[in-house]
Design a protein around this ligand. Structure first.
Ligand code: HEM
Length: 466
């Protein structure tokens, strides 16, 4: 029998392929042939490879590997969020994937530090060989942007100098639901905020009104302030309240959306705000962390874009990029414009202090706590035990009309029934009758009933079953 070769590190990782993939162009191009003299003094052309091109290639390749990992995580999250409803434990899994993407962020920033050890002159040694290729053509980067939720309309530049196959990949991704749209739908489906007996939006608006009324009263009653300062502060409070009012007005909100100033739907914004305000409730904690992860991912990409733009400025100044864009100017515009989850961070403007936050009605609060489930179970068990005890009482009453129910109690999950019977003999009969019944109820329905029987003429001897 042929013995299988043990797995070898280099084979598993395909190192021969990966490590053979750093091929500087500067050593191959005719303009990098420099005349040099041989030992005999003869002039010859030798290929000249720019030392830092290796760093440039390896950095880009490392980025592409991490982009691949990010896409891998993102695909898993998209898969989870395309379900309706999304099982609760899947939300935890999605959060785990997103938190990994957040953790990759610093690796992406740090690589810029390493690349910046290359000076602009070192870069000039090989920049010419790069035309017209550019990071602008990174399909994986584009796919991450699209899958997160960047839209074509949002882009500073829609023209992408890509191969026909890569263009197809991009177009295909653009037609799939993005994480932004799936999270938006998930938020819109969130129960709790609107019930027949409770409207979060109404309660929140009233709380905001009370908060501003309180703020105004505090300003007006402040004897230490001049009349002028009081007027200035009151005017500021008015302005703050105006921005809240604009947020309350659905029509106004929709007009902002039409102008591209808001993206998240009105309903999803309300749900997100509810999560941010009441995140201490266990049921909201996971959604809260999920929103935080989305904000952090958006922030990380923004930081990366900014640092990359600064690096471009440092390396090439205001020259146009090798990909044909305006270079630094384009990169800075994209940093400001290519944000995806900024609506979530913008909600911070509408948070109100805990002291002004209306407490949730019991009905909603109990839905949002894990204790709720435990309590429900306890109530269910108690109802079952009560029903079983009623049955036992009916049976005893029917078969032993001489028995008298003195007391009944429900304690520590057991229904206790206290009976008296005329004498020892009727106690024995009653217990002989009831014991198999109690055993059967306990085995079959897990119902907990205990019967205590006392003969009235011998009150000292209590018989308990079971
Ligand atoms: C010397 C270092 C670098 C310089 C001077 C530089 C410069 C530029 C410039 C000027 C652009 C704008 C597009 C163009 O016209 O070419 C660009 C785009 C881009 N570069 Fe770099 N880059 C450098 C390193 C990197 C690295 C290491 C990566 C990692 C993958 C990268 C990824 C990108 C991406 C993804 C874009 C598209 C950004 C967007 O469209 O929002 N660049 N780069």
């Amino acid at each position: 029998m042929e013995q299988q070769r043990p797995l070898y590190y280099a084979d598993y990782l395909h190192l021969s392929t990966i490590l053979a993939a750093q091929i500087p162009r500067s050593g191959q191009m005719w303009e990098y042939q420099r005349p040099q003299r041989t030992a005999e003094g003869q002039l010859i052309d030798i290929a000249y490879a720019a030392h830092d091109e290796m760093l440039f290639i390896i950095t880009h390749q490392a980025y592409e590997l991490w982009f691949k990992q990010i896409l891998h995580e993102l695909e898993a999250v998209l898969h989870i969020f395309s379900q309706n409803p999304i099982p609760e434990h899947d939300v935890a899994k999605a959060l785990h994937h997103l938190e990994r993407i957040v953790a990759i962020g610093p690796i992406l920033f740090q690589q810029i530090d390493v690349l910046e050890t290359m000076t602009p002159m070192d870069f000039l040694d090989f920049r010419n060989v790069l035309y017209p290729a550019s990071g602008f053509q990174s399909v994986q980067f584009r796919l991450i942007e699209i899958k997160l939720g960047l839209t074509r309309e949002q882009r500073v530049l829609t023209h992408m100098p890509l191969s026909p196959e890569d263009k197809l990949r991009i177009e295909h991704a653009e037609h799939q639901p993005s994480l932004f749209s799936l999270v938006e739908l998930w938020l819109e489906r969130m129960p709790f905020i609107q019930k027949p007996s409770y409207s979060f939006w109404q309660e929140y608006q009233q709380a905001v009104e009370r908060m501003f009324a309180h703020e105004r009263a505090m300003i007006q009653d402040n004897a230490a302030m001049s009349a002028h300062d009081i007027q200035t502060l009151l005017a500021q409070t008015d302005m703050n309240e105006q921005s809240f009012r604009a947020f309350f007005d659905e029509e106004h909100y929709e007009s902002l959306r039409k102008r591209g100033l808001r993206r998240l739907s009105f309903r999803a914004s309300q749900a997100a705000l509810f999560i941010l305000l009441y995140r201490e409730y266990p049921m909201l904690h996971l959604p809260f962390r999920l929103l935080q992860a989305l904000i952090a991912i958006d922030e990380n990409f923004s930081v990366w874009r900014y640092r990359h733009a600064q690096m471009a400025m440092r390396m090439i100044g205001t020259k146009v990029g090798t990909g044909g864009s305006s270079g630094f100017e384009y990169l800075m515009k994209a940093t400001a414009q290519h944000r995806i989850f900024s609506d979530f961070s913008a909600l911070s403007a509408f948070l109100i202090p805990r002291s002004s936050l209306p407490p949730l009605p019991q009905e909603i609060a109990s839905m949002l706590t894990f204790v709720y489930i435990e309590r429900q179970e306890q109530e269910l068990r108690a109802a079952k035990d009560r029903a079983a005890s009623e049955y036992v009482k009916t049976q005893l009453h029917h078969h032993f009309p001489d028995g008298f129910l003195m007391d009944e109690q429900y304690a520590h999950g057991v229904y206790e029934l206290y009976y008296t019977f005329p004498d020892e003999e009727s106690v024995r009969h009653a217990l002989a009758f009831i014991t198999p019944l109690l055993d059967a109820m306990s085995a079959e329905y897990n119902a907990h009933v205990r019967v205590h029987a006392i003969p009235v003429h011998a009150a000292s001897s209590i018989h308990s079953i079971p």
